[in-house]
Design a protein around this ligand. Structure first.
Ligand SMILES: *Cc1c(COP(=O)(O)O)cnc(C)c1O
Length: 378
């Protein structure tokens, strides 16, 4: 297999056979001419069922995650919804990270609960706790690593063996790491989930989601549901995401370098009581991250010694770090998870500390980022 960056630029992206176009065209046509009834060209008949621009993105993502099949969706949550409706039935049970993405928790607790699918949040860092949370009805162990916004690290290979012993699938939300830093299918996971809105798209200009699987049978069931439920991404969205994917490797290298510089700076600052970044040697998940990741990512969270009011002030005083939700784009963002991305978890087991600030460290010049944090913390 060719190297990661070569796959990012070429997998699924052969020059167009009809015109030689080097970049995959944006196929906006909703329907495709048939050469006689049922005589489909390349399998295309209608763009919900299949679209050549979407196919290119799906093949690229499958190649990057070293999976058999990739499927892309209108958003990360559309991908999650399609996956859960494919593998769960009323009465099924899901074990998920105690600090899972707020939207995943909301989908399970507010939507799937109404259809009789139950869930148990656990600390995925404790494999015995996961083993204890599994019941005969457990269909899915849902892992996120690193987690959002606490940057905890879970042992993907260990969780795969617990899930498989229980007859369940291990699903890994790989949004934070991206396939450049971590490839969960190679560690035993069954399904990788992405919000391609984040690092894969990389420019904060397109919402999307993806599933990548190793098993062809599961892929077929998911593809059936993708078409039957219809939450596909449009051709232009697929094209924009593919354009982002081409530069994933170089962007992630810079995200990682800048995040390391930011984490070290924050660790030395008096106003900061804790820095959560798996690249720091004193992070509890550091050794595991070294083992299963090839870099530590661009997300850094930290806590303010003086509490929530100061955390809010820091978010508002930052200039270069834009006060906004989301993550994974070239531009640096700052946010207060308790009041913003994780507000829906208030009062639940997934509530986050009020003194916490989350940074999505972009690829600007590191000195400018540190200067902005310096003035915001002053
Ligand atoms: C953003 C995000 C999602 C949801 O994806 P959308 O594209 O916003 O629907 C899921 N998981 C993680 C870790 C995320 O950051």
């Amino acid at each position: 297999m060719s190297g990661f960056n070569t796959r990012a630029i070429h997998a699924g992206q052969e020059p167009d056979p009809a015109t030689g176009a080097v970049n995959v065209p944006v196929h906006l046509s909703t329907t495709f001419k048939q050469d006689g009834v049922g005589g489909l060209r390349g399998g295309y008949e209608y763009s919900r069922s299949g679209n050549p621009t979407r196919t290119a993105l799906q093949e690229a993502l499958a190649a990057l995650e070293q999976g058999a099949v990739g499927l892309t969706f209108a958003s990360g949550l559309a991908a999650e919804d399609t996956l859960l409706r494919t593998v769960c039935l009323p009465g099924s049970h899901v074990v998920l990270a105690g600090d899972a993405y707020g939207g995943t928790f909301r989908l399970l607790s507010k939507v799937f609960a109404r259809w009789g699918v139950t869930h148990t949040p656990v600390d995925l860092g404790d494999l015995d706790a996961v083993r204890a949370a599994v019941v005969p009805e457990t269909r899915v162990v849902w892992c996120e690593t690193p987690t959002n916004p606490l940057l905890n690290i879970a042992d993907i290979a260990g969780l795969a063996s617990v899930a498989h012993d229980a007859g369940a699938l291990l699903v890994v939300d790989n949004t934070f790491a991206s396939p450049y830093l971590q490839q969960p299918l190679t560690l035993g996971a069954d399904v990788v989930v992405h919000s391609t809105t984040k690092y894969l798209g990389g420019h904060s200009d397109v919402v999307g989601g993806a599933l990548v699987v190793a098993d062809a049978g599961l892929a077929e069931e998911l593809a059936f549901h993708q078409n039957a439920m219809g939450a596909v991404n449009g051709a232009f969205d697929a094209w924009l995401t593919l354009r982002g994917v081409k530069t994933l490797g170089v962007r992630m290298d810079r995200h990682c370098a800048n995040a390391a510089a930011v984490a070290e700076f924050l660790q030395r600052h008096d106003a900061v009581s804790a820095v959560l970044y798996p690249g720091l040697p004193d992070h509890p998940g550091h050794d595991l991250a070294v083992k299963q990741m090839s870099g530590f990512g661009g997300m850094v969270s930290f806590r303010l010694a003086a509490g929530e009011e100061v955390a809010l002030k820091v978010c508002e005083r930052a200039q270069l770090f834009t006060l906004a939700e989301s993550l994974g784009g070239v531009e640096s963002l700052i946010e207060h998870p308790g009041r913003m991305t994780h507000a829906s978890a208030a009062g639940s087991p997934l509530e986050v500390p009020g003194d916490l600030v989350r940074l999505s460290v972009g690829i600007e010049d590191a000195d400018d980022l540190l200067a902005d944090l310096e003035q915001a913390l002053a």
